[in-house]
Design a protein around this ligand. Structure first.
Ligand SMILES: C[S@@+](CC[C@H](N)C(=O)[O-])C[C@H]1O[C@@H](n2cnc3c(N)ncnc32)[C@H](O)[C@@H]1O
Length: 230
């Protein structure tokens, strides 16, 4: 097994190859504007499942689902909210938890954050954030540690897009967000009404009509809330 630093460098190089090799097929990544946040461009898969299958075949091992290669409704609403209300992030230390592509981290940096860290346990997401920050000419640091059993320190604003997507994740994320809020961190979540969202533990601060990007959703627009942990 590769040591963590070497493994991270390896993943970074793998993803860089994917980004620099031009291609137009469904199995390619493409630098594309985010539908609800067109100020931000991200390296996204034309079809994340097809990209995932080709990558697994080419590297010869199982890879985590490439959540980072798609935009998520919760992340889009949260990023929109930060760009439309830059005072939430400006001059603050921001942590984007479960960052995926890093869309929310990039938006926080564009809104004038003092420093932004994007955290995700998927090393491909960590690498994608690096390339996406570069594509948007902002500075975002990254970390791949699992923070959910800790209390975040030195963070003024914690943002988390679409983190209530399954029961196991919701069970761990909610106490983490509340520990952060109790320690004085402003905590904002973006969520499209997923079943595992503990709505009674969060206060709605905004609601956005986000264009649907997920094939399983019938309507062209989805109502997505930005909520604050109380
Ligand atoms: C649905 S995606 C949301 C991505 C991004 N926040 C957005 O809104 O576009 C969920 C992300 O959570 C990450 N994740 C899962 N468990 C995690 C953990 N314990 N700590 C940090 N990230 C985690 C996954 O790797 C994935 O990138």
């Amino acid at each position: 097994m590769l040591a963590p630093m070497r493994a991270a460098a390896h993943v970074l190089a793998e993803l860089e190859r994917e980004i620099v090799v031009p291609g137009a097929g469904l199995d390619r990544l493409r630098l594309t504007p985010v539908p609800f946040v067109p100020e931000v461009r991200l390296h996204l898969a034309e079809d994340a499942i097809v990209w995932w299958a080709r990558m697994e075949a080419s590297v010869g091992r199982r890879l985590p689902p490439p959540y980072w290669a798609s935009v998520w409704a919760g992340g889009q609403a949260l990023a929109r909210h930060l760009l439309d209300h830059p005072e939430l992030a400006a001059g603050r230390r921001v942590l984007d938890l479960a960052a995926g592509s890093g869309l929310v981290a990039v938006a926080a940096a564009l809104a004038g954050a003092d420093r932004v860290e994007a955290n995700d346990i998927d090393p491909y997401a960590v690498a994608a954030v690096t390339f996406n920050a570069r594509a948007n000419r902002v500075r975002v640091t990254t970390s791949g540690a699992d923070l959910l059993d800790s209390v975040p320190a030195g963070v003024d604003l914690l943002v988390a897009g679409d983190v209530f997507y399954d029961r196991g994740m919701a069970r761990r994320v909610l106490p983490f967000l509340h520990r952060a809020a109790a320690a004085g961190t402003d905590v904002l979540v973006g969520d499209p009404g997923r079943g595992h969202l503990p709505a009674h533990r969060l206060a709605v601060v905004a609601d956005y009509p986000v264009p649907t990007t997920e094939p399983c959703v019938g309507s062209p627009v989805r109502r997505v809330q930005v909520l604050r942990a109380r």
